[in-house]
Design a protein. Sequence first.
Length: 230
Amino acid sequence: MVCNVLPKDTVSKEFLLGKVNPASDAHFIEVDPQYASRKGLYLRKEAYNAFIKMHDAAMKDGIQLSILSAFRSFNEQKEIWEGKWTGKVLYYGKNIAKSYPDPVERSKYVLKYSSMPGTSRHHWGTDMDLNSLELSYYKTEAGKKVYKWLTDNAPKFGFCQTYTPKDTARTTGYEEEKWHWSYLPLSQVYLQQYKEKITYSDLVGFAGCETAKKLDIIKTYVLSVNKKCQ
């Protein structure tokens, strides 16, 4: 059941693309540092309140949940994307501008774990990264306990693991992210709105943007999520 959302016609393209300022938007709230790895993180109020309930339930079971990343603006995503795409920032030890001179192949490599600006679910303030951004953490005893607790309990609070392993149900898109969880009562609505409103003419203003249409980013990445999160 979807609840506590804005009427469909109030969800703008600017919002879906991350072109909002959460600090001045009444629908967002800053995350208290006790729940996060740093200050300055924002979430939609409904998602934040649901997370607090999930956090407190986890604590009772001896599980500590910490938000590493929450809302991310278009410009913040652009900085992350362009750092990797241009080679200014090494990506898994590689200057991929040199390793992948072909723009499409370079974008595909960055897209293993990073979204193009305007296509990230973090733009909506509904999605968060928890505890660790490394799959190796979830192979440790502590990581296994956290992940098991989340898979068993997060749905009770409205959260879904967006990027599960690619299989017959999800054959394209990002690699598995055990840390990425989405608040469905809002994100389901926004995903549908994205499908209806965003076109490739909206995905511009960053290095490599010409590859978005060539890779059919909307279909193969934005819409390629765990079916339970759709």
